[in-house]
Design a protein around this ligand. Structure first.
Ligand code: GAL
Length: 428
């Protein structure tokens, strides 16, 4: 063998060795597609990765950047069409049922784990039903996020002469005016469609209340979509938009959160994954920042349940890894550490009922208390902007109309409401 051939042989041997060594050590490999890529969210998902690796499995990270997950969903669809779906993927709400109806999700692999770990009694029926298809678990619920939050930098508020967090839309506008006058960005906001609609649905909740929200955003009732309360919601939305960061077009949510954390902006309307960035920056809830329900929505809770679905796999070795992930995800240790990092609250009933015991902060304790209380009054409603209320096609219709509307200051709210109803009708 000449020296070149010897080198080539050595290289190919060397490249094989680590692979075969890790294959021998690993109990199986699972690829997990998700969109938790901001600093704080990465810290949260790394907890799961470390646990799964500790259990002897190989975690293939399938992170797809892009808040709200639209890009991840596009990637997932093309992989499914190509016959190459990952073992596990972040999919939520009614979309889970749509995927399951294609036959691509595994209805067997979670059966034993769910039975042994007593998922039916650990979870609220509403939560369990979201991740079941025809009575079988096809996904594991990870956590619960609340959408209708307002994040405040109290130091900035003080500098602008604002002495309390707004509780009504009028107080919100008054605070925003003061922030503007004092030279701050009143409202940090990234102009991406899912972020526009996150603000929109909080405003709808404030104006129409939970019942009105349900009629328009969940039942998609045409008269609620075009009625005076929706027109008022769109009018208020346009006013809220006047306070948004002028440099926020196309900006990621976490970069906008950073502006509030760094004291450039006073407020952000965002789901409680925003807290993950505050936590990462070592800030304390109630002291360095305030979380309050979006003005006018303190008796309501727009929920968003993250969940990980299991896809059927050709390689049988993946099943053990899928089961390990599912088991870990609903364990008390993971439920605590993940939600502390992620800004959410656990999905387990026992933990929701006793948050102080698990060391959750003031924001998380309020969230759990409201989640349980609002479930009894009808105040608990699924988020449209975060895939919990409708199919992705209908959500796309909302996103288009809302984003076009807030980017056209001359747009007429009554006209936008009609466009909304028409776009939704076409997408249904
Ligand atoms: C949501 C998801 C959250 C968070 C957020 C920002 O749809 O449920 O976990 O990742 O998007 O990307």
């Amino acid at each position: 063998m000449n020296s070149t051939l010897r080198l080539a042989a050595a290289i190919s041997l060397a490249s094989l060795l680590p692979l075969s060594a890790s294959a021998a050590e690993s109990k199986g490999s699972v690829e997990v597609v998700h969109w938790w890529t901001s600093g704080g969210e990465k810290a949260a998902v790394d907890v799961l990765k470390a646990q799964v690796e500790k259990d002897g499995f190989t975690w293939k990270d399938g992170a797809v950047a892009g808040g709200g997950g639209a890009t991840a969903m596009t990637v997932l669809k093309s992989r499914a069409v190509a016959g190459n779906p990952p073992g596990v993927a972040q999919i939520k709400g009614p979309d889970i049922q749509e995927w399951a109806s294609t036959g691509l999700l595994d209805t067997d692999v979670l059966k034993n784990v769910a039975k042994e770990e007593k998922w039916d009694s650990l979870l609220d029926k509403k939560v369990a039903d979201t991740v079941k298809y025809d009575g079988d678990y096809v996904a594991v619920p990870v956590n619960i996020h609340r959408i209708n939050w307002l994040w405040i930098n109290p130091e900035v508020f003080k500098k602008a002469g604002i002495d309390k967090a707004p509780t009504t839309l009028d107080e919100f506008y008054a605070a925003a005016d003061k922030l503007k006058a004092a030279g701050f960005i009143p409202l940090a906001h990234g102009g991406q469609p899912w972020q526009d609609s996150t603000v929109f649905e909080s405003v709808v909740l404030a104006v129409m209340g939970p019942e009105g929200y349900k009629k328009a955003m969940v039942d998609l009732d045409a008269s609620a979509l075009t009625g005076p309360e929706m027109v008022k919601s769109l009018t208020e939305l346009m006013k809220v938009a006047t306070y948004m960061d002028p440099d926020g077009k196309g900006q990621d949510w976490n970069l906008e959160a950073a502006k509030v954390i760094n004291g450039k902006a006073g407020m952000q309307i965002m789901g409680d994954w925003a807290k993950s960035e505050w936590t990462l920056a070592k800030k304390t809830a109630g002291k360095d920042y305030q979380c309050v329900p979006f003005p006018g929505t303190d008796k309501a809770f727009l929920y968003n349940i993250d969940s990980l679905v299991v896809f059927k796999q050709k390689d049988e070795g993946t099943a053990a890894g899928q089961q390990d992930i599912a088991k870990q995800v609903l364990g008390q240790d993971f439920q605590k550490v993940f939600s502390v990092n992620k800004g959410s609250i656990p999905v387990r009933n026992d933990m929701l009922a006793d948050m102080g015991k698990y060391g959750f902060d003031a924001c998380a304790q309020t969230s759990a208390k409201d989640f349980l209380a609002d479930a009894k009054t009808g105040g608990l409603q699924p988020s449209m902007a975060h895939n919990m209320a409708t199919t992705l096609a209908v959500q796309g219709a909302f996103f288009d109309v809302v984003t076009n509307y807030i980017n056209d200051p001359k747009a007429d709210p009554a006209d936008a409401a009609k466009k909304l109803a028409a776009a939704i009708k076409a997408a249904k």
